[in-house]
Design a protein around this ligand. Structure first.
Ligand SMILES: Cc1cc2nc3c(=O)[nH]c(=O)nc-3n(C[C@H](O)[C@H](O)[C@H](O)COP(=O)(O)OP(=O)(O)OC[C@H]3O[C@@H](n4cnc5c(N)ncnc54)[C@H](O)[C@@H]3O)c2cc1C
Length: 420
């Protein structure tokens, strides 16, 4: 058969199609993030994580210098004006070195800026973008985790101030933060209203490294996720100015040129985008951790010898590496796709839950396998694989557990019967 034969069926492999999201600018940003993570974050993580240390100011300054606290803040507000895609891409690189450095980025990006006054909002956004407005989020309580509608912390108006009383748990970065965004109940739901009626987010401004009057707490002794202290907090009459109500939906409506119903929709879409972004960001962090475990394993399989061979010659272990790598690629492709769709403004509520579920469960499997590949040395604090495993284990629990993601996905696919 010649190449001109019209009956020819054989075809050369098509050239590799670059994904639609590839740009030289993104490649450069990824390279910059990778270099920062490996050269500057990793050595610090190796030293401080075993001591349960906090991210040092020098690393925060390095991230601020690169503009990463404002990756997704619009350029006209002083940010880099990039999308969820770039935010997740940089976060994967940081999590490869130390997950908490990727998490601290989520405490800026315009968080804690959606106040009613437009001038103040503008000022706070600028500070957020510069890394001078890094916060903490206090949603969870001892009896309200997955079920946030059960929040009991109370806010009562007293003149021009809210007085907040209650118990919050799991508040990451609370003491080191410039502000705490606190979910409180200002009234009980009325007959026929949803259980979340009466919940509002308040902005508690504070000094870095201190608690304001009425706020106290202790850091919870965690298994991993060091770099951050995670606090159990007691609010005992903490006073917050009346105007410090955070309302992302309202802020988006006010920024929107549209009127009426369309503007309300814009506000709702903004609140959804916030939740979905957090899920995709967690997926990216999970991929970073799994990649760390794979890279450490590939190194170890060449270094360690048994039966007169590097253990990387044993086919069972080679196949494990292949499976780990394939699962990581799949999760990365998925989070990038969902991030891309989010940046296009498309509704991806179900997909954001799917990628959070899949990527975090993958990360637990892959880091667990990596520990197995390291044998006894993996089960020591002398190697880093135990850190990746400890941190990955958290990703299926926080930002909505795997079970809650399955609930969200299945509720969008399968209507419940009236008996449910
Ligand atoms: C290290 C760490 C850091 C955190 N950081 C923060 C933070 O900064 N700010 C903050 O506000 N919170 C934070 N959290 C809290 C976190 O979001 C919650 O732990 C999480 O939402 C789960 O809530 P819970 O721990 O109360 O578990 P529970 O809700 O009590 O769940 C226990 C189990 O029951 C399952 N379950 C619950 N309801 C259902 C259901 N309807 N159907 C099926 N299964 C269900 C869960 O999936 C889980 O397996 C953090 C948690 C940890 C561990």
């Amino acid at each position: 058969m010649t190449s001109t034969d019209s009956t020819e069926t054989w075809q050369a492999e098509p050239p590799v199609l670059l994904p639609p999201w590839h740009t030289p600018e993104r490649e450069k940003l990824q390279e910059q993030a990778r270099r920062f993570a490996m050269d500057e974050v990793l050595p610090v993580a190796n030293e401080l994580d075993p001591q349960k240390g906090e991210i040092p100011a020098s690393l925060l300054a390095g991230m601020a210098e690169r503009g990463w606290f404002g990756l997704t803040v619009p350029a006209e507000q002083g940010g880099l004006g990039l999308g969820v895609f770039e935010y997740c891409m940089v976060s994967e690189e940081l999590a490869r070195a130390w997950m908490s450095t990727a998490s601290i980025l989520a405490r800026s990006q315009g968080l804690g800026t959606a106040v009613a006054d437009a001038d103040r909002r503008h000022e706070l956004l600028g500070r957020s973008a510069r890394g001078e407005w890094i916060g903490a989020i206090a949603l969870s309580e001892p009896d309200a985790g997955s079920d946030l509608a059960g929040v009991q912390t109370r806010a009562v108006l007293d003149g021009d101030e809210w007085v907040v009383t209650g118990h919050k748990r799991w508040c990451g970065n609370a003491k080191a933060a410039d502000f705490i965004q606190v979910l409180v109940r200002e009234r009980d739901p009325e007959e026929g209203e949803s259980r979340s009626a009466g919940l509002v987010n308040l902005l508690l401004e504070k000094e870095r490294g201190a608690f304001p009057p009425g706020l106290s707490g202790y850091p919870i002794d965690k298994v991993g996720y060091h770099g951050f202290l995670t606090w159990d907090l007691e609010f005992d009459g903490v006073r917050i100015p009346r105007e410090n109500v955070i309302d992302e939906a309202r802020a988006a409506r006010e920024e929107s040129a549209e009127e009426g119903e369309a503007a309300k929709q814009a506000g709702f879409a903004e609140a959804q985008k916030f939740l979905n972004t957090a899920r995709v960001h967690t997926a990216a962090r999970a991929v970073g951790l799994a990649r760390a475990a794979l890279e450490d394993s590939i190194h170890y399989l060449q270094e360690r010898e048994q039966f007169g061979h590097p253990i990387g010659d044993f086919q069972a272990l080679r196949f494990a590496v292949a499976e780990m790598a394939a699962q990581i690629e799949q999760a990365r492709a998925f989070y990038r796709q969902v991030a891309h769709l989010l940046d296009l403004g498309l509704p991806v509520h179900k997909e954001a839950s799917m990628v959070k579920l899949e990527a975090t469960e993958m990360s637990v499997r892959v880091t667990n396998q990596a520990m197995q590949l390291h044998g006894g040395n993996g089960y020591t604090t002398e190697r880093q694989v135990e850190r990746h495993w400890r941190d990955a284990r958290l990703t299926t629990i926080f930002e909505g557990t795997s079970e809650i993601q399955k609930r969200i996905i299945s509720d969008r696919l399968l209507p419940r019967s009236p008996l449910s």
